[in-house]
Design a protein around this ligand. Structure first.
Ligand SMILES: *Cc1c(COP(=O)(O)O)cnc(C)c1O
Length: 367
């Protein structure tokens, strides 16, 4: 029987093999293995595509978000114990960044149809303790509009984007005060290892993040802050840049698969995702359907027909053992989504023809 893998990174990266190899060889020959031109080139490229004035390459997406928050602490904009609003259905790393920075995550239900936080939900949940909103472009869909921007501005809040899943989406990384990106291998533009970046148009934050990521140092052997070692490797920077010419192409291919799924899937038991009015505002890191009531049977049925699926995410952060202090929160939309969501294959391992075949298998599922 034909198999439809959910994601096969070896196959995804095969198309870039030659460019990756020559990037690796260039770094070997350069003799420069921390910082340098390769990292500069990535920073220049990402600030260009996001429209942010500055970019700082860092070790991974979690560190990117944590360094933004720590940066605002050293600048006096945030203080220990401040509350940061965050969508409750995000990946746990969004909350971990807040906790690691000594702040308090305040998970809020997203909108059921977009599965993203919106201004209405954020306003409803707002309290005087909230000092920042971390919006998450979950599944690759931009979750920041003028209303959310105005809500943050009107309340004097920082607006931080978790753009880990949304590289290349229209506006992502240039919409808030600062944004964190991830180059984790499974992301839309993955490194061959860990990597991340911060974008911002705030020169003071950019400088603080760069220092915090490099032992808190502004120049050699001079340490202003008790910083970290959270730098981006030039090797990873070079490997990421080897894929940069194809970012829009890769995101377009994902968008075409998403459009095909939504066109062909016709099963009353399966709710397909709502597409944004502006297609470029979604880069479809995941194509997530909802299957209320019989998700496990649906996944078993697909598996028995060779289709691998995944769940993002089965356990929301506030139900994780590490967030016992949040376990009493009532977040009905998030808890409902956690029981219903199923991610279908959408990477470069899945052809448009595969999408049609998978959709037809879905259409023969009876509940
Ligand atoms: C992947 C991810 C992160 C963390 O990025 P890493 O590079 O894996 O540390 C943060 N937030 C979201 C929404 C993510 O998907």
């Amino acid at each position: 029987m034909k198999q439809y893998p959910f994601l096969d990174l070896g196959r995804v990266n095969a198309r870039y093999a030659e460019a990756l190899r020559s990037a690796g060889e260039r770094v070997i020959a350069s003799g420069r293995y921390v910082g340098g031109e390769e990292v500069d080139a990535l920073e220049c490229w990402l600030s260009g595509i996001t429209g942010a004035r500055y970019c700082v390459g860092v070790s991974n997406g979690l560190d990117a978000l944590r360094l933004i928050l720590e940066g605002y602490k050293v600048l006096g904009r945030l203080h220990v114990g401040d509350v940061v609003m965050v969508p409750a259905n995000t990946y746990v790393a969004s909350l971990l960044a807040i906790s690691e920075a000594g702040l308090r995550p305040f998970p809020v239900d997203p909108d059921m149809s977009t599965m993203n936080l919106n201004a209405e939900g954020a306003a409803r949940a707002m309290t005087p303790d909230v000092k920042a909103i971390m919006t998450v472009h979950l599944y690759g869909r931009v979750a920041c509009d003028n209303e959310l921007h105005d809500l943050a501005a009107d309340n004097g809040l920082l607006l931080i984007e978790d753009a880990a899943q949304a590289i290349g989406a229209k506006g992502a990384g240039g919409l808030g005060d600062a944004a964190g990106f991830s180059f984790y291998p499974t992301k839309n533009m993955g490194a061959l290892g860990d990597g991340g970046a911060v974008t911002t148009s705030d020169p003071r934050l950019a400088k603080a993040v760069r220092m915090l990521a490099n032992y808190g140092s502004d120049y050699r052997y001079h340490n202003v802050y008790k910083g970290h070692n959270c730098r981006l490797d030039p090797l990873q920077a070079a490997l990421i840049m080897a894929k940069s010419d194809d970012l829009d192409g890769a995101n377009d291919r994902r968008r075409k698969r998403a459009e095909m799924y939504s066109k062909v899937i016709a099963n009353r038991g399966v709710i397909t995702p709502v597409h944004p009015v502006v297609p470029e505002e979604h880069v479809w890191h995941q194509y997530v359907v909802r299957v209320p009531g019989f998700r496990d049977r649906f996944r078993d049925y697909l598996a028995s027909n060779g289709v691998s699926t995944d769940i993002h995410y089965a356990t929301p952060p506030h139900k994780q053992p590490c967030y016992a202090e949040l376990s009493g929160m009532h977040l009905p939309v998030t808890e409902c989504l956690a029981d219903e969501v199923v991610s279908l294959p959408i990477s470069d391992c899945t052809s448009l023809q595969d999408v049609v075949e998978i959709s037809n298998i879905i259409n023969t599922f009876t509940y």
